[in-house]
Design a binder for this molecule. Structure first.
Ligand code: DX5
Ligand code: ZN
Length: 218
């Protein structure tokens, strides 16, 4: 297994202190900061908009990794790009023209990611791999932190690794990642692990450090 990057999801952070929470996890070894905008339509929850991304941007020293759970995503890509996203990931299920969305993200100067829900096959990205910088394989039904990892998706992670081959594409896993499930993902070829509850539980910097170390060691 390769050494994975850890991308704490700020969905499980203290929303009243996001700047400090980001500084804490970055001091403790976070590689990217994962941000989860939700629209109450594509997923049954409301979270973060572009204004919040713009507010946290100056506090992030690493990478702002934005996972859009918005349908349609296209009308909001420019706002999230201008807010300072480094990576903008759209769901393959969020619109009929994934190729157009990916092209739009790159035209806005961001790295382009595509997220796949549990039941979405990898074949939907077969003909646009040259427009993709990141594949996000969901191991939960998106909408909430703290859900249980879906073991049947590990095989899709392995298939995604084979599909990527030598291409410069990150393979990210999101949902239910813990020190127990992280090695299943990295052994299958994931190189970026999103973790919300498994990083922010404990509620203080010392706990975050131990949690990130446990994920990296697993
Ligand atoms: C859920 C989000 C995830 C979530 C992960 O829809 O995409 O990034 O915050 O939370 P955990 O790690 O607690 O499953
Ligand atoms: Zn996410």
């Amino acid at each position: 297994a390769r050494k994975p990057k850890i991308a704490p999801s700020i969905l499980s952070a203290d929303f009243a202190a996001l700047g400090e929470e980001i500084a804490r996890v970055e001091r403790q070894g976070a590689d990217w900061i994962h941000v989860d905008p939700m629209d109450g339509h594509f997923v049954p929850n409301l979270t973060i908009g572009p204004n919040v991304v713009a507010a946290i941007r100056p506090h992030v020293r690493t990478v702002v990794d934005v996972h859009l759970m918005i349908a349609p995503a296209d009308p909001y890509l420019e706002a999230f790009a201008k807010a300072g996203s480094d990576i903008l990931t759209v769901h393959a299920e969020a619109g009929p023209h994934l190729d157009r969305s990916l092209q739009a993200v790159r035209d806005l100067g961001c790295k382009a990611g595509v997220a796949l829900n549990i039941t979405t096959p990898l074949s939907v990205i077969e003909y646009c791999l040259d427009k993709i910088d990141l594949i996000l394989v969901m191991t939960i039904n998106p909408g909430f932190g703290g859900q249980k990892f879906t073991h049947s998706v590990v095989e899709k992670v392995a298939e995604a690794r084979r599909l990527i081959g030598e291409r410069p594409i990150w393979l990210e896993v999101d949902g239910g990642v813990t020190p127990e499930t992280a090695p299943l993902c990295t052994n299958a070829g994931a190189d970026v692990l999103v973790a919300g509850s498994a990083v922010f539980n404990g509620g203080n910097e010392e706990a975050y450090g131990a949690n990130i170390a446990a994920l990296k060691a697993s």
